[in-house]
Design a protein around this ligand. Structure first.
Ligand code: ZN
Length: 107
């Protein structure tokens, strides 16, 4: 990611956090999702290829996060990452051009 895009993404993240009442760390991505009526579910730890995904459909938006890595921080990061796919302007539209779901992999 370019420095500019990184900076814009960080600004957007801070803006969204602030909109949902988080002015300082820690920020709770699960609470932001809940307030936005996004359904968040844990995935069974049987498939390791995916760290998370976001699904856009007619009923709403859902986020699934992996649990094969037993770290609260990893789970929070994953949900926050998927929220980025939701909140970045024009991003859901880009995802929907190909499929109603976007899978993310942690390297
Ligand atoms: Zn992703």
């Amino acid at each position: 990611m370019s420095k500019f895009r990184l900076k814009m993404s960080r600004l957007k993240g801070e803006q969204v956090a602030s909109q949902f009442g988080f002015e300082a760390l820690p920020i709770d991505p699960f609470k932001i999702a809940e307030d936005e009526s996004i359904v968040v579910e844990a995935k069974k730890p049987d498939r390791e290829g995916m760290s998370g995904c976001i699904v856009f459909n007619d009923d709403g938006v859902g986020i699934i996060y992996a649990t094969h890595i037993r770290s609260e921080g990893f789970r929070r990061f994953t949900v926050a990452h998927e929220l980025g796919h939701y909140f970045l302007e024009g991003h859901p539209e880009e995802i929907l051009k190909t499929a109603p779901v976007h899978f993310s992999k942690a390297g």
